[in-house]
Design a protein around this ligand. Structure first.
Ligand SMILES: Nc1ncnc2c1ncn2[C@@H]1O[C@H](COP(=O)(O)OP(=O)(O)O)[C@@H](O)[C@H]1O
Ligand SMILES: [Mg+2]
Length: 305
């Protein structure tokens, strides 16, 4: 498979702050690759260096085979960018905005084709300022595709969107993948990275602390499955503790770690004792959020503070 992004030993310093601290990255054609991390992790700095918007301190970066130091013009022509906190011209319509950006390129796609790609047919002639947050982001994705790029960077495309609008942007990203585009997505939403990505790099404090497919990362760094026993009574608690199972009481629910294949059968057996009562049981696998917590001691959301 063709390598679209090759980054080796990338460093970016802002004065004394090392915002990107020696990262390596290899992205293959057709992948959706996410950089997942809290605010301030260094995601925007990393992608904006790859987009030729910021200058690196050191390291090697090749985009679509072109050297970031010597061939920026070639790179800019061939990539698409949806910047963080994207905004377009407020008093231009969706179509007018797309045409404005499209006309900056020698080779471009037609506005109507792009409007259809992001499902904005009904908003074609509406001023940008009158669109909801989710629709604005879809205009942003359309603009990022205007030069028919092979590689598209989307920097936090769903931040501050409500769940429904977020899902609609996910659909647009899935469409990009089905068109064989390579997509670099930055996000601080664990679920988004897990659902959309072929591969993920988890970033914290300028470094990649885990990389791979979501499955690989969870298998390598996760802590297996947990059985949650809802509204467990004291007898349930005592039975599980007495049997030496790794458990925790969280707001009246009993969380029991399933260490091996036999654990669940053992637990069910303990919970069938006469005095034990509970509402229901469910099994929860590890998530990327759990991995982040384990590797950094912080929750993704807390780490933003
Ligand atoms: N232009 C800049 N000048 C100085 N510091 C910056 C600049 N841009 C970002 N930073 C700092 O670099 C760190 C990484 O920021 P950023 O790349 O925006 O992270 P993220 O996109 O993951 O939130 C943060 O501590 C941020 O305050
Ligand atoms: Mg950012």
């Amino acid at each position: 498979m063709e390598t679209v992004i090759e980054v080796k030993g990338l460093v970016k310093e802002y004065g004394k702050l090392r915002a990107v601290d020696n990262i390596d990255l290899e992205v293959k054609a057709g992948e959706v690759y996410s950089i997942l991390g809290p605010n301030g992790a260094g995601k925007t700095t990393s992608v904006e260096i790859m987009e030729c918007l910021r200058i690196k301190t050191s390291g090697e970066v090749r985009i679509l085979g072109y050297d970031i130091d010597k061939e920026q013009r070639e790179i800019r022509k061939r990539i698409g960018v949806l910047p963080q906190s994207f905004n377009a011209f407020e008093y231009l319509t969706v179509k007018e905005n797309i045409d404005y950006f499209g006309d900056l390129f020698d080779r471009r796609l037609g506005a109507d084709e792009l409007i259809e790609a992001v499902q904005l047919q009904e908003k074609r002639n509406v001023w940008f300022m009158n669109l909801s947050g989710g629709l604005k982001q879809r205009v942003g994705v359309a603009i990022s595709m205007v030069n028919d790029p092979e590689l598209i960077f989307l920097d936090e495309p769903t931040t501050e969107l409500d769940p429904k609008a977020r899902r609609e942007v996910w659909e647009v990203i899935r469409d990009l993948k089905s068109k064989n585009k390579t997509v670099i997505l930055t996000t601080h939403y664990m679920e988004e990275a897990e659902i959309l990505s072929d591969r993920v790099a988890i970033m914290d404090d300028g470094r990649f602390i885990a990389m791979g497919t979501p499955r690989e990362i969870i298998d390598r760094h996760g802590s297996g499955s947990t059985c949650v026993v809802k509204a467990a009574n004291d007898a349930a608690l005592q039975a599980v503790k007495g049997a030496g199972m790794d458990s925790e009481n969280k707001d009246g629910d009993l969380w029991v770690r399933l260490e091996n294949k036999g654990s669940l059968a053992r637990l069910v057996n303990l919970l069938s004792a006469g005095e034990v009562s509970y509402d229901e049981m469910l099994i929860k696998g590890s998530t990327l959020e759990d991995v982040f917590l384990k590797l950094t001691g912080k929750k993704l959301a807390e780490a933003e503070a």
